[in-house]
Ligand binder design. Structure first.
Ligand code: CAA
Length: 240
């Protein structure tokens, strides 16, 4: 399988696991990242996966980044929107900046990146988009009004774009991971994280590779009739 796949936030965590799984499955993979220069350099060197730096919250940077990928590798046929941040705070303490940054990066990034690839996918009558949402977009989480709003927004976005894109052979799906063993989850206070894990029927965090496996399934050519769906991978924590 020689299709070209782009994973945002692809140097660490779920993004890195997804990039590696795509490469192992035979796709031509490249990743986007921002800020983590040393990590990106080491990732690219050890895996031979090209890395491209831009800010997914910046509309023009996404357009330029996708054009650069197209010039170097070819048109993006598979997009995994994984880049995201948390800025946890109870709403009564949340700043405008905490709200805006999460909405701009997590949800705005999804729009910016889809917008940058969709015309070429439509022209080619093929595309696979996977938006990495969250269990907390489905069930909410105290301290995450910003993140839950952005991740729930990605699910509505996924459904709307799936409807627009189905006639062109493009599928658009979301994955809603539960709490996963990543740097993002490692920032949660240990006592709070213990309570969270205790509430997971499987009694553990997901591994990034377990989320990546869902993405590999959804982007395959044979998954062409699955669109607008949200695949929960959460150890039984929430069943919608
Ligand atoms: N439900 C209701 N109220 C809660 C609560 C809960 N689950 N947790 C805390 N509160 C209340 C506390 O009782 C406290 O009340 P009082 O002010 O009346 O005493 C108040 O909220 C403040 O609680 P804290 O002392 O904990 O406040 P804090 O400012 O120190 O911390 C917080 C707030 C940063 C949001 C912290 O509670 C926290 O980190 N929560 C976890 C958030 C979380 O799950 N983040 C996930 C990050 S990873 C991720 O998001 C990946 C993914 O997709 C799953």
């Amino acid at each position: 399988m020689n299709r070209i796949a782009l994973v945002t936030g692809g140097v660490t965590g779920i993004g890195a696991a997804t990039s590696l799984a795509l490469k192992a499955a035979g796709y031509r993979v490249c990743v986007n990242y921002l800020g983590n220069e040393a990590g990106a350099e080491a990732f690219g060197r050890s895996n031979g996966i090209p890395t491209f730096a831009w800010d997914v919250a910046d509309f023009d940077a996404c357009a330029h980044g996708v054009a650069e990928v197209a010039a170097k590798l070819g048109p993006v046929e598979i997009l995994v929107n994984n880049a995201g941040i948390t800025r946890d705070s109870m709403l009564h303490k949340m700043t405008k900046e905490q709200w805006r940054s999460v909405i701009d990066i997590d949800l705005g990034g999804c729009f910016n990146m889809c917008r940058a690839v969709i015309e070429s996918m439509r022209e080619r009558n093929f595309g696979r988009i996977v938006n990495i949402s969250s269990v907390n977009g489905l069930m909410g989480q105290a301290g995450q009004t910003n993140y839950a709003a952005a991740k729930a927004g990605m699910i509505g976005f996924t459904k709307a774009l799936a409807l627009e894109s189905a006639p062109r052979g493009i599928t658009v799906n979301a994955i809603a991971p539960g709490y996963t063993k990543t740097d993002m989850v490692a920032t949660v206070r240990p006592d709070i994280l213990k309570m969270i894990v205790d509430a997971v029927p499987a009694r553990r965090l997901a591994l990034p590779e377990e989320i990546a496996r869902g993405a590999i399934f959804l982007v395959s050519d044979k998954a062409g009739f699955i669109t607008g769906e949200t695949l929960s991978i959460n150890g039984g924590r929430y069943m919608s």
